[in-house]
Design a protein around this ligand. Sequence first.
Ligand SMILES: *Cc1c(COP(=O)(O)O)cnc(C)c1O
Length: 236
Amino acid sequence: MSEDICQNLKAVQQRIAKACEKAGRDADEITLVAVSKMKPLEDIKTAFGCGQIHFGENRAKELQDKMDAYDEEEVQWHMVGNLQTNKIKYMVERVNWIDSVPKKKTIREIEKRASRIDRVINVLIQVNISGESQKSGCEPEELPKILEYARGKTHVNVRGLMGMATYLDEDEDLEKIRPEFRLLRELKEEHESFNGENIQLEHLSMGMTNDMEVAIEEGSTMVRVGRAIFGERDYS
Ligand SMILES: *Cc1c(COP(=O)(O)O)cnc(C)c1O
């Protein structure tokens, strides 16, 4: 089935606007990151053509290939998935945001590689909010020492926190994951004393196709949406 990507983008923006209205928020506070993983570059170009600026990928190789192939200065590229340290070296040449930084070592490597080419990378610290052991991200208690470590870096700007809620089946109640989003917002508020220099905890990246409304009600400023824009992914 071919997707009308521009139509889908409009529909997602309407969902965002409606959720903001319900929550008494301004839709301008929300950045939409279009997650284009497993989708062809053509789809990214189409979305860019109808005004989409932020794109996210969850695999380093796929992100790298797409960044290399699409030389469009205005595009803001986000790495949103698990990241091996050895992939950072190449990534920093173009990536604008790394949304899934779970530990000090990742910050150290971004700082080292980005400083050599004098770029500054926006990062979000990913926190394990679902409590599931296989989920990535730091534990909430680790956040202070990671922020402490990031403080004063000159090529890493910490812009906020990222989290992924427990994956629910279609028929499950979204209220189940509201506390997870709320936890991330509380963690942001609790750590705002770190703000200054290169740390500004302003963003909360939370909410995807299934759960963006609840995430927005709980304070999300960045939603990462794939399927609602580009259609279902084919894993076969
Ligand atoms: C795939 C992915 C998304 C988007 O998920 P959809 O259900 O397609 O909206 C968001 N964040 C991350 C980290 C992802 O890997």
